[in-house]
Design a protein around this ligand. Structure first.
Ligand code: HSE
Length: 443
């Protein structure tokens, strides 16, 4: 059987005439990095998926792909989206602005689009879906959220009969690896980050992952599908994991929790969307608590189905290529049968979300602070919480620190963030308070 690379030496004109009888779908790809190489490898022995052109930054770069015909490579991404033979454009270049221009041109030229670009979909999804609807072509993006885990199609199709109430995801492998190592090995954040970088999970500049930006894009994309609501990813309330200490992880463990970075989106009865990205204490009996290392998971609550969880590898060459290749096949199957490809994946019109301000969200809280070691400290803390209407569930003193302060941990019942902030302000001003260590919300 000929490899796609060998087929690629055929001319466009030959292909044009032969497509129908040879049962080929002509693909143009933009980007041949980690994921692109994986996609190419998956289709190596499938002659019906024919790579006509692949746009790369540097065509002379040595690549670890057997049988790659260098004639397929081009340094001009516009040559891909303007190629008259190409039926499906696969965008794997990343970044939002040039990718948007190229995808718009591809859609305007009547091409179906497959992308794994979370930033593109989070920032420009509604505009692109609208254009795809007008041009009657599809845009599929299963690889954009949680790599190899099927979540976009399942949310839209398999859970389509539900009113989705909540989506809570561990959507970033790098931070989950760091928090897992801090939990299991007692490492500091810096130690765990260094190991994540050595293993190739974390980038040299880890800001995008550890400060939660990556998860903002992913939860914004999930909200488009789960709630048909458009959320500006930059408007999402966000906290990263850099201030979590091994001490917090140990206190959480004693209370029956683990700490995870969560992308959360909940639809309120009043139609307001509670969407945020921050670390949370997860009870040990919640399915998300057992998601370890670089794995991702998405927990979904639907009114009919109840709780469902999707679990797997959220990044990497072959897992993400698995999702991208499945999207290509979903479109190719329709084209090869002469049908309209996968009409059930036309993305509905989304409306701008009415966001619930974070001050109005309801949470249980974990608070770690250091106080002077003297009588009545617990009483003062109890008064500060009580006066703000914050009821406590657990109070823990962890002995006396080497500097003579007392390390105290409070766990509250569910209260509004406004109430918690009021209690915190009073505690901050109390004479017995030395410093506030860490405030975290509980899932
Ligand atoms: N950097 C991401 C992660 C993968 O660590 O999960 C790409 O979204």
């Amino acid at each position: 059987m000929p490899s796609p690379a060998r087929q690629a030496v055929s001319t466009s004109a030959t292909l044009n005439a032969q497509n129908q009888q040879d049962q080929k779908v002509v693909i143009g790809m933009i980007g041949l990095g980690t994921v692109g190489s994986g996609v190419f490898k998956i289709f190596r022995d499938q002659p019906e998926i024919f790579f006509q052109k692949i746009a790369v930054k540097d065509a002379s770069k040595t690549r670890n792909i057997d049988d790659l015909d260098l004639d397929v490579l081009s340094q001009d991404p516009y040559a891909v989206v303007r190629d008259p033979e190409t039926q499906v454009v696969v965008e794997l270049m990343g970044g939002a602005e040039l990718a948007r221009e190229l995808v718009i041109e591809a859609l305007n030229n009547g091409k179906h689009v497959v992308t794994a670009n979370k930033e593109l979909i989070a920032k420009h999804g509604p505009e692109l879906f609208d254009l795809a609807r007008q041009k009657n072509v599809r845009i599929l993006f299963e690889g954009a959220v949680a790599g190899g885990i099927p979540i976009i199609m399942p949310l839209k199709l398999s859970l389509g009969a539900n009113r989705i109430q909540e989506v809570a995801g561990i959507l970033n492998g790098t931070t989950n690896y760091i928090l897992t190592k801090m939990t299991q090995e007692g490492w500091s954040f810096d130690q765990a980050l260094a190991e994540a970088q050595a293993k190739g999970f974390a980038e040299a500049d880890p800001t995008n992952d550890v400060e939660g930006f990556d998860v903002c894009y992913k939860i914004a994309v999930l909200s488009l599908i789960a709630f048909k609501q458009v959320v500006d990813p930059l408007a999402i309330y966000r906290e990263g994991i850099t201030r979590i200490t091994a001490e917090d992880i140990e206190h959480a463990r004693e209370l029956g929790y683990v700490i995870k970075l969560i992308g959360l989106a909940k639809m309120g009865e009043d139609g307001r969307l509670d969407i945020r990205v921050h670390p949370m204490l997860i009870p040990n009996d919640h399915p998300l608590s057992n998601v370890q290392n670089e794995f991702n998971a998405i927990f979904v609550k639907g009114d009919a189905v109840g709780d469902v969880m999707f679990y797997g590898r959220g990044a990497g060459e072959m897992p993400t290529a698995s999702a991208v290749a499945a999207d290509i096949l979903a479109i190719a199957t329709g084209l090869l049968k002469g049908n309209e490809p996968i009409p059930s994946m036309i993305i509905d019109l989304a409306t701008p979300a009415n966001l619930l301000p974070v001050a109005d969200t309801q949470n249980k809280y974990y608070l770690r602070l250091n106080t002077k070691d003297k009588p009545k400290v617990m009483g003062h803390l109890g008064n500060a919480c009580g006066d703000a209407g914050v009821s406590l569930e657990a109070v823990m003193q962890k002995g006396i620190n080497p500097d003579g302060t007392a390390a105290i941990v409070l766990l509250t019942q569910a209260v509004s963030e406004k109430q918690m902030n009021q209690a915190l302000e009073t505690i901050r001003q109390q004479d017995s308070t030395r410093d506030i260590g860490c405030l975290l919300r509980v899932l």
